[in-house]
Design a protein around this ligand. Structure first.
Ligand SMILES: Cc1ncc(COP(=O)(O)O)c(C=O)c1O
Length: 435
């Protein structure tokens, strides 16, 4: 078997063992070189009249990753005031950030939002209420706004990640666009950007359909728009057999349609995309140790108990997502890789964590059923690495459930060094705010 975990990573099993020895398990390990390669691929997307790529920092907000990504020339999509603050604390200028949020900042938050906007933060209004509350301020300060439109169609890897159909409420619905336009006209506000994000892990065909739909919306309703954002949602294959979004194809299509738009209207639109998953998902590995093995009787299943589960990666529980497994012996031999066709697949098991929750399983389908997976059988003390956990894991898991403490994050740098980028949470930190 190859000396890397798979063909796209730069991480070798020996680096995993080094990380385990230095920081213990469970831990998150990120492949810096892969993140950089992903950023470069996005920045080379075909485009007609300019391209801005933003990183949806909700996917993983660690400062080291924000810096690595923005150093490549990528800007930021923030989904809360706190994310804007975190990006600011990481040294990222407000003019490089767009805020697309469900929040309606009030009081001190509102004052801070205004200061941020004066320093260049772009505000993407997502509801009529947000628009009405910011309208006077925007006009008095000559600040153009971006508007998130709810297109009425969406697509995602699961229903809960579809952000464009009638079951989700992100953006100003098409049926309310006239109200937004009337208000903007009355106040003298310009929408210089139109934004749509149809969902996470979207079907490429729907992504293409949205390009056409959105350009139609820009043409019909937004004469001042200079930029069109197609959102994130670019699919990244985590498992063998899944297909990653084809950037050349999607960018090529967007390019063609934006050129067509110019021929029709004389307007040269700049394009924005704001992926999170595509940039970081496959860079992340959860390094865990086998702490127990059990079986639920003759007609039951084998269980592999890891020292990290839903509090490291809740995506199987939330979405029924499948993540690849790797088994590494204590001395650093790669015993099983989901991506290796030659790997021994001699064992069927349910891989679980240490939480008191049947759903603390890495082997769930989209209905929440336990479905055993075929892997190489690990021994107690062996390492099981869970791949594809760079996005929506460290930033999204219920990490303190059962009073477990948050796992450390470690960067495998482009020079092959291990760098701690967030220390493990201590029990004292977990209870620090209790009174
Ligand atoms: C507004 C917006 N933009 C971008 C993204 C990033 O999506 P993804 O990680 O699928 O690329 C999201 C995630 O849901 C989002 O809500």
């Amino acid at each position: 078997m190859s000396n890397r975990l798979n063909s796209f990573t730069h991480i070798e099993p020996t680096a995993v063992i080094r990380a385990k020895k230095k920081y213990g398990t469970p831990l998150y390990l990120y492949d810096e070189k892969l993140i950089i390669e992903k950023c470069r691929a996005l920045l080379s997307m075909p485009h007609a009249y300019g391209l801005v790529v933003r990183y949806a920092m909700k996917a993983n907000s660690n400062r080291a990753l924000l810096r690595c990504i923005t150093e490549q020339g990528i800007e930021i999509d923030a989904s809360s005031l706190n994310e804007v603050r975190r990006a600011g604390m990481a040294g990222i200028g407000m003019e490089k950030i767009i805020l697309t949020t469900q929040e309606v900042p009030e009081g001190e938050d509102r004052k801070e939002l205004e200061l941020m906007m004066l320093r260049g933060l772009k505000y993407n209004v997502c509801s009529l209420r947000q628009l009405y509350l910011i309208g006077d301020f925007a006009r008095h300060n000559n600040i153009d706004l971006s508007i998130r439109v709810h297109p009425g169609i969406g697509s995602g890897e699961s229903a809960s990640r579809n952000t464009g159909d009638k079951y989700s409420c992100f953006g100003i619905h098409m049926s309310d666009i006239k109200k937004a336009l009337d208000y903007a006209k009355e106040k003298g506000i310009r929408f210089n950007q139109v934004h749509v994000h149809i969902g996470s892990g979207a079907d490429p065909e729907m992504w293409r359909q949205n390009i056409d739909l959105e350009l139609g919306i820009v043409e019909k309703y937004f004469p001042d728009a200079e930029t069109v954002s197609f959102g994130g949602g670019l699919k990244e294959a985590r498992m063998p057999g899944e297909t990653t979004a084809d950037l050349a194809d999607l960018g090529g299509y967007a390019n063609k349609q934006i050129e067509g738009f110019y021929e029709k209207t004389g307007r040269k639109l700049k394009m924005e995309v704001e992926p999170g998953t595509y940039i970081v998902a496959n860079s992340g590995y959860a390094v865990t140790k086998v702490i127990d093995k059990k079986r639920t009787g003759e007609n039951g299943f084998n269980f592999i108990v890891l020292d990290g589960g839903m509090e490291i990666n809740a995506r199987p529980l939330m979405y029924g997502s499948q993540h690849p497994f790797y088994v590494i012996s204590k001395d650093g031999r790669l015993l099983f890789s989901e991506f290796s066709e030659g790997a021994a697949r001699d064992f069927s098991a349910v891989v679980v964590g240490k939480c008191c929750e049947t759903g603390d399983s890495q082997c769930l389908d989209s209905q929440g059923n336990i479905v055993p997976r075929i892997i190489g059988e690990p021994d107690i003390g062996d390492i099981v690495v869970i791949g594809g956990v760079g996005a929506y894991c460290a930033s999204m898991t219920p990490f303190n459930y059962n009073s477990h403490t948050q796992a450390p994050e470690v960067l495998y740098t482009k020079d092959g060094e291990l760098k701690l980028i967030r220390a493990a949470q201590t029990l004292e930190q977990l209870i620090a705010n209790e009174i």
